[in-house]
Structure formats: C-alpha cells, structure tokens
Design a protein around this ligand. Structure first.
Ligand code: PA5
Length: 341
C-alpha cells in the first residue's frame, strides 16, 4: 500500500506532531485578555461555543469542569447565557455559521466574549467589535486534528482571567514533551485491520464519553465510515438489546465490532463489572469485541493518549479503504449549500 499516495496532505505527520500543539496553543493565547474585565467575582458560568472539531475543546473542558462550563453547538446562545457569563467562541476556520451566530448574539447582548480561530470571519468580526481574539498560527491542519492547540488556547485564556488555578497548563505542556504518538501507531493499525469492513461501536465509561465521541467523529471523517458511540452504564439499559440476536435482515453480526475503552484504575468497580458482563454477552452473540486499556499518569494523559490511538485507528482504516484521510467533501459541500441564498 502506497501510504503517501492516499495520504495526500500528510495527516500521518500531523498525528506524529500532535503533542507539539499544546505549546503552540498556550503561546498563541498568552496575551489574549478582555480589557474591561468587569467581574468582581468569577463569572457564573463559561459557555464555549463551537461545532464539530472546534467543539471538542469545550467538550473536554466540560468533563474537567462540569459545574461551571457549558459546551454549546448551535445558533445564538443557550439559556444558561446571562449577564454573568463569559462566552468563548471557537472556530478553526473562523467561518462556521452557527458559531458566528453565537458570537454575534453575545456581542449584541454586550456579554464578555473571546474568540479562538485561525482567521476568517470570526477574526474579522472580532477586530470590528474589539473582541479579544486568539489567532492560531500555521501550519493549518484539519480542525479535528487541531484539538491540541485549541484546547491549550482555551485553557490559557481562562488562566489569563484567573479562572484556572490548578496546574493543568503545566501538566499539558509536560505532556507535550512526554507523549509520543509513534508509540501508539502499531496498535491503531492493528485495530484498523480488525474493524475493516465492519461498523465499529465505541463504548466507555461516562467520564470518557468525549473520548468515545472523538473516536466516532474521527472514524466518520477520517475513515469515511459509519460508527456508533455510547457509554456505561446507560447503554446496558437500552442499546444492549439492539445487540441481542442481531436481526439479520438489518445487519449481520460479523459486520459489527465493539471496542470497549476501559480505564481499570479509576472506573467505579461496578462499571468494570458491567464492562465484563457486557463483553461476555457480546461475545456470546457472535460479535467481535475487545477491551482497549486506557493508560496514563493523569486524566490528561489518559485522554490524549487514547484520543491519539483513535486518530491512528481512523488513519490506518482510511489507508485500508484507500480514501484520503484529510478531505471531508460532504461537510464542505453542505457548508457551500448552506451559504446559498
Ligand atoms: O472536522 C471538521 O472539519 C468539522 O467538524 C469542523 O470542525 C466543523 O465543521 C466546524 O468548522 P470549524 O472548526 O472551522 O469551525
């Protein structure tokens, strides 16, 4: 297989370089600060607006700070947005309609807003309305693979406003040096071979829900396949029935493969028991299933090492299917149609 012929934009290098993005994001955001920081106390909540790949930094932040952070993926602003909110709009391209709508709504309501982008309309409007804006530098990569820099920039923006007092940024920068994507490539290649020709289903605990979603999105966009994601314990109260005596007129059981992302160290013991029971059940149904063990010294490492494994799996699956991993024609086409009057 001629990898360089299929991987026309060299996504493989982007994955290998992924951890370097943490420093890039932190540096890009160091000086971005609201001039009139009017909160005497911290804002009541932080609303991170973005779509697709640009929504992922907000989703991860929600996992780390579920009490005061909301991730919003639609037009305008959610009900949680009030006068005591801080709004952060992220769009890698700067041209995503829904995110621009959230931005304009926030500006229109005179709410404190900060943007993170590589340019586009979001950068233009930020300049026009004097909104602090983090400009992410080249080399440009697909938004879903720019997660490292967007997440790091988001954290740095919070730090600039004293809204982040734990050592998470230092941990992230350390991870930028220690995490070696090459260590996970073979495993990703192996998983890709197993799920080739099948619909992968990604299961994990609730804490790793965003990681499961990133696997699913990455399989959709990079490998161009359908994929499903769900989490324990909820899936054992509905989806499990869908895997029982697979209805051959819908799909045959050899066309499905279940990957269970498992963190043995920090999961509730009953969740680990549920995972075992579910794996046995799936096996008995004649469906391929395996545990993918989540490893890392802290939650950040567990998240990003597993995310990178997901990137590799999708990348090598794209190689198996011989499709360019970078291009996302249906999304581009959809956005073009949406712009038509
Ligand atoms: O992966 C992708 O390219 C998409 O999910 C985009 O991130 C999404 O369409 C939003 O675009 P942007 O990230 O440029 O705001």
């Amino acid at each position: 297989m001629e990898v360089t012929k299929i991987d026309k934009s060299n996504m493989r290098k982007t994955i290998l370089d992924f951890p370097k993005q943490f420093k890039v994001g932190v540096n890009a955001a160091k000086k971005t600060h609201l001039e009139k920081w009017s909160f005497l106390t911290p804002p009541e909540n932080i609303i991170v607006c973005g779509m697709g790949g640009s929504a992922l930094p907000g989703d991860i932040l929600v996992t780390l700070r579920p009490l005061d952070v909301f991730s919003y993926k639609s037009y305008r602003l959610p009900l949680q947005a009030g006068n005591e909110s801080l709004i952060i709009c992220i769009s890698y391209s700067g041209n995503t309609e829904e995110t621009l709508s959230s931005f304009e709504t926030a500006v229109g309501r005179n709410l404190p807003v900060i943007s993170i982008t590589t340019g586009g309309k979001l950068a233009e409007l930020s300049k026009k309305y004097k909104v602090p804006c983090v400009i992410l530098p080249p080399p440009y990569v697909p938004p879903r693979l720019a997660l490292g820099q967007m997440f790091a920039a988001l954290l740095q923006v919070l730090k600039n406003h004293n809204l982040l007092d734990d050592p998470i940024i230092n941990d992230l920068l350390k991870l930028g040096n220690s995490l070696k994507p090459a260590d996970f490539e073979l495993k990703g290649k192996k998983i890709a071979k197993e799920i080739f020709g099948r619909i992968p289903i990604i299961y994990n605990s609730r804490r790793f829900r965003v990681v499961g979603t990133i696997w699913k999105n990455s399989l959709n966009e990079t490998a161009k396949i359908l994929a499903l994601a769900n989490y324990f314990p909820e899936l054992n109260h509905n989806e499990i029935v869908g895997l029982w005596r697979i209805n051959e007129s819908q799909i045959s059981n050899d066309k499905i493969y279940v990957l269970i992302l498992r963190d043995k160290e920090s999961s509730h013991p009953r969740i680990l028991k549920q995972m075992e029971i579910t794996k046995n059940f799936i096996e008995k149904e004649g469906i391929g299933v395996e545990f993918i063990e989540i490893k890392g010294k802290n939650l950040l490492e567990k998240f990003f090492s597993t995310i990178i494994l997901g990137f590799w799996t999708s990348f090598w699956l794209a190689m198996e299917y011989k499709v360019d991993p970078t291009q996302i024609k249906p999304i581009d086409e959809f956005k073009r149609k949406l712009k038509e009057k």
